[in-house]
Write a protein that binds this ligand. Structure first.
Ligand code: 2U9
Length: 357
């Protein structure tokens, strides 16, 4: 029995891994192991012999089992130590970059425009996108029979039967905001009104919602010369050129008299637009001296005050500045497409190291 003990305790001490240990367990204390065989021999012994051998075999079994358990724990500890030594994390590595949102190109251009006019003393006025047809049309000298009021261009709000409130529309321009500003602030006045407007139109150069910025300057002695200077300063600053030539072309708008469309000198070469040089002219906005009826509609005396107004499409001049050919891109394209047109701000670096491409 001492032989058995020495043999198995020796083997257990030498076991290199858990599978070796399991093999020793089966051979020693398994159902068909050596200790079990010896137990079976107890039956052939005399009662006196049995009384000595029985407890001794049980003690041997216990001793082998506890040696197995101790060795198993030792092997597990060693395995864990080995894993801790080989598997490790470098917590100083930078984290994976995360994508960060940024301003939509239209908002970005709107901010550029606002900043340029702010330097010339214009503040921003805002108003509702749903307004009465009086603010959107009548106050702007657009009478009921004017084609701009036709159902096809204007989105009218649904009115329940018996609703006697004045008809409401989705504003077709930001001009109603200027009427409201005149009512609220009086003259003299220098404001721009940027924001979304709505017209029932959809093709390569029209979307049912687009953005305008309109400007209004009212004082006792404002002339078209002031208008020209303000627009020149704006164009130079927005298109980042030192010089620009503006051309006023006689036009007609119900809310201005006289009215002028404004072209800028430019060149188109190999699909590239250059502002301020060349033999082409490109229309960028409409403008004029505010019609006396419109000044009166805003609650200001047209005998005392006069002024200029202008309006331009933000989406359109954003397309010109950034070379985007289709207006619909602003509404249904993905970021890769806009990045192609140079909106680097969309690639703003994330906290650690920027976008991976
Ligand atoms: C008030 C008085 C006058 C705003 C003006 C235009 C000319 C004009 C178009 C440009 C491109 C609209 O986005 S567009 O399609 N606008 O040509 N807008 S003068 O005149 C006003 C506005 C408000 C009280």
């Amino acid at each position: 029995m001492d032989d058995l003990k020495a043999k198995y305790l020796g083997q257990i001490a030498e076991a290199a891994d858990e599978s070796a240990l399991e093999a020793i367990r089966l051979a020693a204390v398994g159902k068909k192991g050596e200790v079990a065989l010896k137990m079976r021999e107890l039956g052939k012994m005399t009662p006196e012999e049995r009384q000595v051998a029985g407890p001794a075999l049980n003690a041997l079994k216990d001793e082998i089992n506890s040696a197995l358990a101790a060795k198993k724990a030792g092997l597990e500890d060693a395995a864990l130590d080995e894993r801790l030594r080989t598997e490790w994390l470098d917590v100083t590595l930078p984290s994976r970059p995360t994508r960060q949102g940024s301003l939509h190109p239209i908002s970005q251009v709107q901010e550029e425009i606002t900043a340029i006019f702010a330097e010339m003393g214009f503040s921003v006025a805002e108003g509702p996108r749903i307004d009465t047809d009086w603010y959107n049309f009548d106050a702007l000298n657009i009478p009921g029979h004017h084609p701009a009021r036709a159902e096809m261009d204007t989105f009218y709000m649904h009115r329940a039967e018996g609703d006697n409130r004045p008809p409401h529309v989705l504003r077709t321009h930001t001009s109603p905001v200027q009427i409201r500003a005149m009512e609220k602030m009086g003259a003299p006045l220098r404001i721009i009104c940027p924001g979304g407007v709505y017209r029932a139109d959809y093709d390569q150069t029209h979307t049912p919602m687009f953005h305008q910025v309109e400007g209004l300057a009212l004082d006792k002695d404002i002339s078209m010369a002031n208008l020209k200077w303000v627009l020149e300063e704006f164009v130079k600053s927005f298109f980042e050129v030192d010089d620009v030539e503006l051309r006023f072309r006689a036009s007609h708008f119900p809310f201005t008299e006289p009215s002028a469309e404004v072209d800028i000198r430019c060149s188109w070469q190999d699909g590239t637009l250059k502002i301020g040089e060349g033999d082409d002219w490109m229309e960028i906005l409409g403008s004029g001296m505010v019609h006396p009826k419109v000044i009166a509609a805003g609650g200001i005396d047209p005998e005392v005050y006069q002024g200029f107004a202008f309006g331009m499409g933000i989406d359109r001049i954003a397309m010109l500045k950034y070379g985007i050919p289709d207006l619909r891109a602003f509404f249904d394209s993905d970021l890769r497409w806009l990045r192609h047109y140079g909106f680097q701000s969309l690639d703003m670096p994330a906290l650690h190291g920027g976008l991976s491409r």
